[in-house]
Ligand binder design. Structure first.
Ligand SMILES: C[S@@+](CC[C@H](N)C(=O)[O-])C[C@H]1O[C@@H](n2cnc3c(N)ncnc32)[C@H](O)[C@@H]1O
Length: 194
């Protein structure tokens, strides 16, 4: 089932932001952000409520529309229907780039994440969070295709970050995420561009 169809049938996530993402981003001063594969915009809406200017990019017009409908008047969010495999994020243009639960085949995700990392300006932050490969064996939910799941080796690689010297990597690890049906295993990358 495609994403438009899923979003057309029912809300996929709660309106609440991802808890870990909110914990990490919460202390940052607002600036410009890009939410890559923003879905129904739970993070974009939360960021905008805290003064961020957000570009929310997703190829599901139905998902973005739902976010747009939930946005209060004056919310500083640009809803952009685009395929993130080809969308332009610019270079050094944002204070925060986030990619939550976007799962694509290896070469595609590495390319998307690399271009997302390039969009972060010096001093800005990159957050990547998604289902870890080990979620298949000791977690719950998420895609069941090993080839599209994250792991720390890929997220922290030069293929994603470019020169690792350009980054201060604050968190690169597996994290447990409690859910209603059990504990899920995610991969987290949280880094600041030097
Ligand atoms: C699991 S959802 C996560 C949504 C959001 N990041 C969140 O955490 O609430 C995955 C999202 O990726 C989007 N997506 C998948 N492939 C994409 C692509 N090639 N271009 C743009 N969006 C894509 C889907 O439409 C969907 O909204």
């Amino acid at each position: 089932m495609g994403w438009d169809e899923r979003y057309g049938q029912a809300r996929q996530w709660s309106e609440e932001p991802n808890r870990l993402a909110a914990e990490l981003i919460g202390p940052l001063p607002p600036g410009r952000a890009v939410d890559v594969a923003a879905g129904e915009g739970r993070m974009a809406l939360w960021l905008a409520a805290r003064g961020w200017h957000v570009s929310a990019v997703d190829f599901s017009a139905v998902g973005l529309k739902r976010g747009q409908q939930n946005a209060p008047a004056g919310a500083t969010i640009e809803w952009q229907v685009a395929d993130v495999r080809t969308a332009e994020f610019g270079e050094g243009t944002v204070d925060l780039a986030l990619v939550l639960y976007l799962h694509l085949p290896h070469d595609e995700i590495v390319d998307v994440l690399h271009r997302t990392a390039l969009a972060v300006r010096p001093g800005g932050h990159l957050l990547v969070l998604g289902h870890d490969r080990e979620n298949l064996t000791r977690g719950v939910g998420g895609p069941q295709d090993l080839d599209i799941l994250h792991d720390v080796a890929v997220l922290g690689s030069a293929a994603v970050l470019g020169d690792p010297e350009d980054w201060r990597i604050d968190r690169l690890e597996q994290v447990d995420r409690p859910t209603a049906t059990g504990t899920a295993v995610d991969t987290l990358l949280w880094a600041q561009r030097r």
